[in-house]
Write a protein that binds this ligand. Structure first.
Ligand code: TMP
Length: 221
């Protein structure tokens, strides 16, 4: 189990998680205007890996289709390095001022993809996560759940999106990643809420907003 620091009296940190093709980015676009109306502070949306110049450079290295020989531990450490830089430069300055920060992927992606997906030592992954976040975990994580076949089909149909190195991986990896997310959600019910992302988009957005509003109001009281 990961050690967590309670995020009292600061902003609100929301992470969006899910296997590839779960529709995180589309859902984020839809909830953003609604959140801006609902939340009293500034709302900031960002993403991992990337979000700031150094981390975007790291993202390019990780996702380059030429880098088929990348070692699994190298990949993990690159994600972790990108996370640290992004946290320090982008998330913390906003969060510390009391703002609402939404991050498209965060600590759970490393556990699901590098831990469950690649089979790296999950305790090591969790330790690295806690090390680079100084124990800061999201107030709420929305896990958008979709089965691997549907997720991969969506990626296939979405031709406008960049095709990255990880899209080329086998169905097996995607299945392990999903199983990992489901396990994480089961182990952290107070933080991670699962949303059925196979539903129509409007329903996914409505479910997401209902959960966010409840958690946000809880933190204000
Ligand atoms: P994205 O498509 O949501 O932008 O994410 C890019 C890819 O990076 C996606 O396949 C998930 C993967 N990823 C990891 O494997 N580990 C991580 O820690 C993060 C943040 C992303």
């Amino acid at each position: 189990m990961m050690k967590k620091t309670k995020t009292v009296n600061k902003g609100f940190l929301l992470s969006l998680e899910g296997p590839d093709g779960a529709g995180k980015t589309t859902v984020l676009e839809k909830i953003l205007p609604q959140l801006k109306r609902f939340v009293s502070s500034k709302v900031v949306a960002t993403r991992e890996p990337g979000g700031v110049a150094i981390a975007e450079r790291i993202r390019d290295i990780i996702l380059d289709v030429e880098h088929t020989n990348m070692d699994d531990k190298t990949e993990l450490l690159l994600y972790i390095a990108a996370r640290r830089q992004h946290l320090v430069e982008r998330i913390l300055p906003e969060f510390d001022q009391g703002n609402f920060v939404i991050v498209d992927r965060f600590v759970d992606s490393s556990v699901a993809y590098q831990g469950y997906g690649r089979g790296l030592d999950r305790q090591a992954v969790s330790w690295l996560n806690t090390y680079v976040t100084d124990g800061l975990y999201p107030d709420l994580t929305l896990y958008l759940d979709v089965d691997s076949e549907t997720g991969l089909q969506r990626i296939e149909q979405n031709k406008e999106r960049e095709v990255n190195r990880l899209d080329l991986e086998k169905l097996d990896l995607h299945k392990r990643v999903r199983a990992g997310y489901l396990k994480l959600a089961q182990e952290n019910p107070e933080r991670i809420v699962t949303i059925d992302a196979a539903q129509p988009l409007d329903k996914v957005v409505a479910d997401a907003m209902a959960v966010i509003q409840q958690k946000y109001l809880e933190k204000q009281t």
